[in-house]
Ligand binder design. Sequence first.
Ligand code: 2NL
Length: 363
Amino acid sequence: MTDEISELQAETDAALAAATDLRAWDAIRVGVLGKSGKLTGLLKELGRASPEERRERGAALNRLKDALTTAIEARRVAIETAAMEARLAGERMDVSLPPAVAPLGLIHPISRTMEEMAAIFGAMGFAIAEGPDVEDDWRNFGALNIPAHHSAREDMDTFYVPPLHEPGASAAERRRVLRTHTSPVQVRTMLGQEPPIRVIVPGRTYRADHDATHSPMFHQVEGLALDRGLTLGHLKGCLIDFLRAFFGISNLPVRFRSSYFPFTEPSMEVDIGWNRRTGELGGGGDWLEILGSGMVHAKVLANCGIDPREWQGFAFGMGIERVTMLKHGIADLRPFYESDIRWLRHYGFNPLAPAMLHEGLER
Ligand code: 2NL
């Protein structure tokens, strides 16, 4: 009898020691304490024993039951603890390792200049307007008071695109070009909305010209402001404020010089002060031409359906590559379009620190 008890104790202890997961452990628990378990069987047999045997053996079986219950429970705790420790060991990480840095792209200097211009002119109430790169002859030249066979058309070394075959369209509407300036977008704006108008137009432009200082594709920003009673004074104030904000020089010298464009009257070229020898902007006694401007020609307004007796305004245009090179001391035009990763890393801008006027534009 007592052999059965010590046998069950020894057998269960050995089985528990060998069990390393909860499934094996549960099989042992059921096999000992379950309805048809071995201990349950011994307790059932107790009913057939004599009263004095029952007392003695009953006490022994109860001690066995306590011992086995405790051992089984202790083994469960040990198995669960071991499983948790194994999991923690597997998921351990070294928080002192350097982080895995995700590669970060950079903003191209052309894009950066456009963003800065959007920030500066945006603060003056200008919206951004965009349009197609392929334009018809009328929007690119005719509406702007550049007549057919005018030297400006040859000056601009225009790329012509095969014409559209639209029935009823005039020759100038059918003839298509890669826009030589972004002015056709201002033409579209004037045709499409009533003044007052304040827009800047950044974008790609094309001229059949290719050497060390000219690319057949380049970028321009033009601006247009139309309202009642706008004067040359508004033009000057607007452009002086823009140039000083863009170059980050609060006392930058700015000079307006009489010039000619077919689409403005009067027309003015705008120069900034610099040192020709060192390339430093701001002073030095030399002048550098930076943009063209003027009061919008009455004929251009009329061509675009606007009454020049009621609305007046100014327009301007500048090359983005040129002002970007001046601002950042970039000597050569060609790398702008070459996608050389070393050049882009050197001149690229942090995309997480975009141009925002309220923070100032200087780095
Ligand atoms: C330059 C000069 C200029 C304009 C562009 C313009 C547009 C319209 C009407 C009147 Cl729709 N003017 N644009 C005016 C003056 C100068 O650009 O040297 N650009 C690089």
